[in-house]
Design a protein around this ligand. Structure first.
Ligand code: SF4
Ligand code: FES
Length: 333
């Protein structure tokens, strides 16, 4: 697997007093979570444990308004996602509204055979070659071998999903070999699982810099997992325009720019490259959303990630549930 590892960081090379006021950039991507309903129950689902119920889902007129506001804000691409967006009876209407607003529209569905994207974890990582063969058989020109990311239901199932170091090394070698073998026939995208990387991913392109996420019930988040960070205040599309939310909502301002950073990120040469990694992961693994993502080998908590990656337990999965019909907001099992 390609690691996607950027250049070596130079910790301590950046002046500690160089944190500038956050610049308000224009978002380019919108993740529209149309529903949390889904016919599947994957244990690695990144949806929150508390799923939005059906009777709180935004209607198609509101989505159409949100798409128009997104275009005015500079957004170029919308990902229609969920849950399973196909669970919405008005999906055609919503998709047409996204398209006619001028957005490049991408439908993310669980339907088998439509996309050549595979999610790997401990139980299937040794079958990477078969996944690539399947994609070639489906005439795909590109296949993404994506590792489970430990948010939502996947975090709950982390010990059951985490591959071991030997499996990861084997998969890296397998992907390199498959790339050589199928060069010119298919492009194979693959990255190391987060917990095995030396540097964190620049999650969502930096908090409040490139993208926004509207939940089924209308809350606007800087990323899909942001609700796990306590005390963030999210504004809703029912109460504010997308432009107001992008510029002024407390949640978007919380980690925009670099002034919020702590060491080692504050003085790291990579702070404008990976933006300190993932805020949600930093919170989940250290209890501090402003800490360096501990996936980074420069983090003082990196040893915790190494220990978690070494922890595998073959316990039964907790399968993802569906939201209630009631407005309780709680998931049912
Ligand atoms: Fe530097 Fe922080 Fe990124 Fe690590 S997470 S490379 S310390 S900016
Ligand atoms: Fe929230 Fe990475 S998932 S910042």
């Amino acid at each position: 697997m390609a690691t996607g590892e950027p250049d070596q960081p130079v910790a301590g090379s950046h002046p500690t007093n160089g944190a500038a006021e956050p610049v308000l950039t224009r978002p380019i991507g919108l993740l529209a979570e149309l529903t949390h309903r889904c016919p599947l129950g994957c244990p690695y689902c990144s949806n929150p444990l508390a799923l939005d119920p059906r009777d709180r889902e935004l209607d198609s007129q509101t989505w159409a308004r949100v798409f128009g506001e997104a275009v005015a804000l500079g957004v170029l691409q919308v990902h229609l996602s969920g849950g399973e967006p196909g669970a919405r009876r008005d999906l055609v209407e919503i998709t047409a509204a996204a398209h006619s607003s001028g957005l490049y529209t991408n439908l993310i569905t669980s339907a088998v055979g439509i996309t050549a994207s595979t999610l790997v974890h401990r139980a299937n990582i040794d079958r990477v070659a078969a996944m690539v063969e399947l994609a070639i058989g489906l005439d795909a020109s590109r296949v993404e071998i994506a590792h489970v990311q430990y948010y939502g239901w996947a975090l709950l199932n982390r010990d059951a999903l985490m591959p071991n170091a030997e499996q990861v090394a084997r998969a890296v070698r397998a992907v390199e070999e498959l790339r050589r073998l199928h060069h010119g026939k298919i492009v194979i995208d693959a990255v190391l699982p987060d917990y095995y990387a030396r540097f964190p991913k620049p999650c969502v392109g930096g908090w409040g810099r490139r993208s926004l996420n509207v939940t089924p019930s209308g809350k606007v988040l800087p990323c899909h997992a942001a609700e796990i960070i306590p005390d963030l205040e999210f504004w809703r599309v029912q109460d504010h325009s997308l432009a107001e939310i992008w510029a002024n909502s407390p949640a978007f301002q919380a980690f925009r720019g670099t002034a919020w950073m702590q060491e080692p990120c504050r003085s790291c040469a990579r702070r404008e490259i990976d933006h300190g990694g993932c805020r949600c992961q930093a919170f989940m693994l250290t209890g501090n959303a402003a800490a360096a993502d501990p996936v980074c080998h420069l983090s003082p908590r990196h040893a915790d990630v190494v220990a978690l990656a070494a922890r595998q337990h073959d316990v039964p999965y907790s399968f993802r549930t569906n939201p209630r019909k009631s407005d309780s907001g709680a998931a049912v099992r």
